[in-house]
Design a protein around this ligand. Structure first.
Ligand code: NI
Length: 136
């Protein structure tokens, strides 16, 4: 049977700061530059969640994308939107809030809720030039 990938885009915005508390302030400034700014900065994140599977013979769909949207709203967006990723988000606690770690955290939040198709990619567009993808 042919397998098809489907993607849902979801947007949110959040504040964060890249700072490794185990390193000196100088190391943090040199390593993270503007992203180390002490009083936070924000991004309009675009999240692309991709599932893959065979189209259902009764619907023609690989997965109900409205259902996927709801899963992402309930398990990710409700926790991160208009929040501070360093301070407010339990699933990021103890991690550096890079887009890489955000993608891994979002994967782990969504994965248990997907049945009947395979989660294959969590892609995050942080800025128009910086894009991160996690494939599990
Ligand atoms: Ni940033």
């Amino acid at each position: 049977m042919p397998r098809v990938a489907v993607t849902r885009r979801i947007t949110f915005n959040a504040a964060h700061r890249l700072h490794n508390p185990n390193k000196s302030d100088e190391w943090n400034r040199e390593t993270f530059g503007k992203c180390n700014s002490p009083n936070w900065h924000g991004h309009n994140y675009q999240l692309f969640i991709t599932l893959e599977g065979e189209p259902d013979p009764e619907t023609g769909f690989v997965y109900d994308l409205a259902k996927l949207k709801q899963i992402v709203e309930d398990n990710v967006v409700s926790q991160v939107d208009h929040k501070n990723l360093n301070l407010d988000v339990p699933f990021l606690e103890g991690t550096l809030t890079s887009t890489e770690n955000l993608a891994i955290g979002i994967w782990n939040q969504i994965k248990p809720h997907i049945q009947g198709a395979d989660l294959v990619s969590v892609r995050i567009v942080e800025t128009e030039n910086n894009i991160v993808e996690y494939r599990g």
